[in-house]
Design a protein around this ligand. Structure first.
Ligand code: FAD
Ligand code: SF4
Ligand code: SF4
Ligand code: SF4
Length: 374
């Protein structure tokens, strides 16, 4: 018998492994069954049981069931320990305006804007900052792509007075639904490794509208975090800063709050365990192993982005970007910069897989879960 959404609830949601990627809902909606919906926190639920025809594809598409892992590994020519790698680079945007807005070196935004301005994409699924976190967004202009850059905090713009909740997660796959209203052929998708995984599974099954995604830009990811008022209060006291002074957040070796003054407050990732999404404790992918190009700050100096080029699509786009809109870190400044970045990424990737395996066992035994330490 085919496994359906009921099995997803049992095997994934109740086990705390649902990463809220939205893949099951996107699929069910894409083929017009519409049995599922997603709540404001990104959790899928059965909206209309009458519409479920028990096709079982929501179960197959879910990254946490691992049903199509072999197919996507084969399609991506996946290799140990962290996916296929054609080359590494550490780069930043040439445009100082993009650099200033960017999370790290503004490279993702520079590449997206360049592709849009040269007519090679019609838009990009990104995520837009709001005072309480990010929301999925289908950007249709270079300005909209620019507005989605970076990880700026709403509160520094005077909008935080009603609450201090902040979530780093954005259910970006939800934006695929926009394509129903205004179809596009050549879209870039920016997302966390679990979201890229879902897109690749949709593509492996030829599920519309995943065919419209011509480029997957993945972000390194140690986890997603949901900050609430009481946690902020503790962090403010311990690290002697004020929430209202936070200009920007970022995750690299630590979770980083950059204040309006430019001062940086570094919080060890292990300390944020209580607010880390449960599913992230079981996640195996740090460096977006199925993306065309993956990006992160790990291994790079402040203000620079580490990039992993994974296939010929990624290489063509990256090489063109290097000629036009981004610059590589100078070997003269640090001859070992590439090997250092590569080593760090391999180490974290291996550690994440080991922890995922340990935590599957720990959960069954009901003992404490292991934590990622970067
Ligand atoms: C939840 C999360 C965890 C991360 N963890 C790590 C980590 O542990 N180590 C590390 O080295 N790097 C991590 N990164 C990646 C890092 O923060 C930067 O996104 C990356 O270095 C690219 O920087 P940039 O300046 O080139 O990108 P930018 O030019 O600033 O572009 C960033 C792009 O990412 C999109 N985006 C931002 N937030 C989200 C989101 N929540 N979901 C989907 N898309 C989003 C934006 O819309 C924008 O298009 C994480 C990113 C996220 C979103
Ligand atoms: S119709 Fe198919 S995809 Fe939708 S909930 Fe039912 S089994 Fe899942
Ligand atoms: S992990 Fe994604 S596909 Fe799986 S149940 Fe959760 S939202 Fe659906
Ligand atoms: S660690 Fe990142 S990629 Fe993995 S499940 Fe959590 S949000 Fe998704």
């Amino acid at each position: 018998m085919k496994k359906t959404f009921f099995n997803l609830v049992q095997d994934v949601q109740k086990e705390g492994e649902c990463n809220h990627c939205g893949g099951c809902v996107a699929f069910c909606s894409a083929i017009n069954y519409g049995a599922l919906d997603i709540d404001d926190q990104g959790k899928p639920f059965l909206k209309d049981i009458e519409k479920c025809n028990e096709c079982g594809l929501c179960y197959s598409i879910c990254p946490q069931t691992h049903e199509l892992d072999d197919d996507i590994k084969q399609n991506a020519k996946w290799e140990e320990p962290s996916g296929r790698i054609i080359s590494f680079d550490v780069t930043r945007a040439n445009d100082p305006g993009i650099r200033q807005k960017g999370t790290d070196g503004g490279v993702v935004t520079a590449i997206l804007c360049h592709l849009f301005n040269t007519g090679r994409i019609d838009g990009a699924i990104v995520s837009k900052p709001t005072p309480h976190g990010r929301v999925p967004w289908l950007a249709r202009t270079a300005k909209e792509i620019m507005d989605s850059a970076g990880s700026h905090f709403g509160c520094s713009h005077g909008m935080n007075r009603f609450a201090r909740d902040y979530v780093t997660f954005s259910p970006s796959i939800k934006a695929l639904a926009e394509l129903k209203k205004s179809p596009m052929d050549r879209l870039a998708f920016v997302g966390t490794p679990c979201q890229i995984n879902t897109i690749r599974k949709m593509q492996a099954l030829s599920i519309l509208p995943s065919d419209a995604i011509s480029l997957c830009l993945g972000l390194f990811c140690s986890g997603n975090y949901f900050f609430q008022d009481n946690l902020f209060a503790k962090l403010e006291e311990k690290y002697k800063f004020s929430y209202t002074d936070v200009e920007k957040i970022n995750v690299k070796d630590n979770f980083i709050f950059t204040l309006i003054s430019g001062e940086q407050v570094d919080i060890p990732i292990a300390e944020l365990h209580p607010v880390r999404r449960s599913a992230c404790n079981f996640c195996e992918d740090f460096s977006a192993e199925y993306a065309d190009i993956s990006f992160g700050g790990l291994g790079a100096e402040n203000g620079w982005t580490t990039a992993i080029i994974r296939n010929s699509i990624g290489r063509k786009i990256f090489e063109d970007a290097l000629k036009n809109v981004i610059t590589s870190f100078s070997v003269k400044d640090n001859p070992k910069y590439i090997t250092q970045a590569q080593e760090k990424i391999f180490n974290v990737s291996i550690q994440k897989k080991q922890i995922s395996e340990q935590n599957q066992i720990a959960r069954k035994k009901g003992v404490r879960l292991a934590q990622l330490s970067i």
